[in-house]
Design a binder for this molecule. Structure first.
Ligand SMILES: CC(O)(O)CCCCCNCCCN
Ligand SMILES: [Zn+2]
Length: 667
């Protein structure tokens, strides 16, 4: 299934007609450069074009009042003086004779995207729209927004597509208070927003943008605010919030649709945000959401005012929606102290609403720290500093162009015993030439018992050849059914050319000593018992009392422990090994297979015992890029499991700072 792109240049045909410094950044070129970048990169050509349409009054009234709509309807006929007068009643926004038309197209574009995704015409998609929406409220325009595109889309999806639970992820750097107000007491819409806050000193300066606004009445717990109390937040800060706040709750919520209020003013170079996260981070944020809701993800443009980082960020997002491998995560450090406070605060106030946080979040933090997050830049200059929200940064901020993300010619290769049929869409891996006598001798000497017949030599040779081609980016990922997953893992870690190999060892069974001792491997072992007492930072035993059949425990461990470790380790190859007798549920196994593809530029090899032929088809389907089926809403993880996860976090977070969920001196 494809990726929709909804765009029409009619939405560029309005602009600021008078002097107003606050509104200056919201220019038509924002849309033009974004669309042009998609066209020039070839990404637009890979998308399914979906036409825009005008929203109907009825659709607008899903969120807005009649009197507000009647007022906006008059604006096309207003002269400049009346437009300015009409604008005066609202904040940080401007009107134009054509903005009502464009605002209806922005909603219509968003709803067209929701239709395309909810009816299965496409898997996911992006709507490039302006005016943005997330600040507008029932009866008022605000913050460049006239109608609340995403809020209307959520109501529309519930009404016309019987969506039961809608997740809205607002990664724009401003708080979408309009969305928060709309769903304040609505448990069917989980609204998540991070936003520059600086202890309420940044626009829109609202007390209710802080982390303790959790929603009210039946909606309590369904509003998650993560305030950024300092500028300069970077990739690690953003990922930490996804791993330790958003994703655990989103998986527990189990949405059947994900709407992204995709503002890119949270990227480096933006004059509004003054953050440091680079455009490629949106590839990872998007990827981490794509296995929710069965992959039904709609990204809708909100803000973004640096035309260079906006265009790059839009491309990173669309390229990931299309299924291209995310780039290697840049050398990630840990989240800064201020970010950790925000993570900790959000987890603390939400622990009473979300069982995944129940035993995890520690008690409330004390006074916020005033330590500046970012050490001075290399040249001794400070990173972007907020001068009280005054004029933007003087000297130009520069960052590297995002790396090419070439999709190998072969997506998924399978190494299967001849008797096992190949899954459709994949190809059976068979290298041109077989093992030469040297290779055979080597394999026999180290890996085969004398008794083994020739077929295993060929099979073992094939998996090393497959990994070789993955590491040369000729093949993206693979699945191998082997007689002995332990031996295969030992062989592959010893022959891999990657500097770092992440081994995800799932099931009850010892990890081969040679793998443990190999200094280029990080082994994350998920099982019912911790077999090794190894205290090495490169052996992480995650234990589940009920074993791998415990879907909730395994999922929450994957989100809060495995993924942070994997992203921080930044492997060149991921081996996902399913041990014999492993009882991980199929849909959970697919979530792991899907999420781990965010690492190592998608070079994931799944190793399964050869008698487990049942999982070949669905695993292959996931490796081909089809979203893993939704797990639905998750129950509570076992308290003792969560406590053992937290003990593990405490032991490892010094070595792996992306595991942290609380600021150092708060522990
Ligand atoms: C869609 C959006 O969230 O990006 C709109 C942001 C509006 C900002 C209003 N100006 C704030 C003045 C302080 N610099
Ligand atoms: Zn914004």
């Amino acid at each position: 299934m494809g990726t929709a792109l909804v765009y029409d240049d009619e939405m560029t045909k309005y602009k600021l007609l008078w002097v107003d410094p606050v509104c200056e950044p919201e220019v038509p070129e924002r849309l033009q450069v974004s669309h042009q970048a998609l066209v020039r990169s070839g990404l637009a050509g890979c998308c399914v074009p979906v036409p825009v349409r005008e929203a109907t009054d009825e659709e607008i009234l899903l969120v807005h009042s009649e009197e507000y709509l009647e007022g906006v309807k008059k604006t096309p006929f207003m002269d400049l003086e009346d437009l300015m007068a009409f604008t005066q009643q609202y904040g940080d926004v401007y009107f134009h004779p054509n903005i009502y038309h464009c605002a209806k197209l922005a909603i219509g574009a968003t709803l067209q995207l929701v239709d395309s995704v909810m009816t299965g015409k496409v898997r996911n998609g992006m709507a490039l729209v302006r005016p943005p929406g997330h600040h507008s409220q029932t009866s008022q325009a605000n913050g460049f927004c006239v109608f609340n595109n995403v809020a209307i889309a959520a109501q529309y999806a519930k009404k016309h597509h019987r969506a039961k639970r809608v997740l809205i992820v607002d990664w724009d750097i401003h708080h979408g208070q309009g969305i928060q107000y709309c769903f304040e007491d609505d448990p069917s819409v989980l609204y998540f927003s991070w936003h520059r806050y600086e202890h309420q000193s940044f626009w829109p300066n609202l007390r209710e943008s802080d982390f303790d606004s959790v929603g009210s009445g039946k909606g309590a717990g369904f509003n998650i605010n993560v305030p950024w109390n300092q500028v300069g937040m970077g990739n690690s800060d953003y990922l930490a919030v996804f791993f330790h706040v958003l994703l655990p709750v989103a998986y527990e919520f189990g949405p059947d649709l994900v709407l992204i209020s995709a503002g890119f003013d949270s990227a480096i170079g933006d004059p509004e945000g003054l953050m440091c996260a680079t455009p490629d981070i949106f590839a990872h944020l998007t990827h981490l959401l794509m296995n929710l809701a069965g992959g039904k993800v709609c990204a809708v443009l909100e803000g973004g005012y640096n035309l260079t980082s906006l265009a790059q960020s839009v491309c990173q997002t669309v390229q990931t929606l299309l299924g291209d491998p995310p780039p290697h995560p840049a050398n990630l450090g840990g989240p800064c102290e201020s970010a950790l406070e925000s993570v900790h605060s959000a987890r603390s106030v939400h622990k009473k609403y979300w069982s995944c946080l129940q035993h995890a979040a520690a008690p409330f933090p004390e006074e916020p720290s005033t330590k500046t997050c970012r050490p001075a830049q290399q040249d001794g200059s400070q990173g972007p500093q907020s001068n009280g929200g005054g004029e933007a940064q003087k000297e130009a901020i520069v960052w590297p162009e995002p790396l090419q993300r070439d999709a190998p010619s072969v997506r998924t290769a399978l190494v299967l015993p001849d008797a096992v049929a190949c899954a459709d869409g994949c190809e059976r891996f068979s290298p041109a030439e077989g093992p030469d006598s040297m290779a055979t001798a080597g394999l026999r000497k180290h890996f085969l018992k004398e008794s083994e017949d020739g077929v295993n030599v060929k099979l073992l040779y094939n998996i090393t050849a497959l990994v070789g081609q993955m590491e040369k980016n000729e093949i993206r990922n693979g699945l191998a059914l082997v007689p002995d997953v332990s031996m295969a893992t030992t062989l592959l870690t010893s022959t891999s050319l990657s500097k770092r190999v992440l081994v995800v060892w799932v099931g009850d069974g010892l990890v081969p000593a040679q793998v443990l001792e190999d200094e280029k491997t990080l082994v994350v072992h998920i099982s019912s018992t911790a077999p090794h007492e190894a205290q090495s930072k490169y052996y992480v035993p995650i234990t589940l009392k009920q074993g791998c059949g415990d879907t909730v425990g395994l999922m929450q461990a994957a989100l809060g422990l495995l993924l942070p470790l994997g992203y921080q380790y930044a492997p060149g190859l991921v081996l996902l090994v399913r041990l014999p007798g492993c009882r991980a549920r199929e849909d959970l196994w697919l979530q792991l297979t899907g999420l781990l593809q965010g690492l190592a530029a998608g070079h994931t090899l799944v190793l399964v015992q050869e008698n487990e032929t049942a999982s070949v088809g669905i695993t292959a389907s996931c490796l081909l890029g089809n979203a893993a089926p939704s797990l639905g809403s998750l129950a509570a993880p076992g308290p003792e499991d969560v406590e053992s996860f937290e003990r593990l976090r405490l032991r490892l977070q010094t070595d792996w700072p992306l595991l942290q969920t609380t600021a150092p001196d708060k522990r």
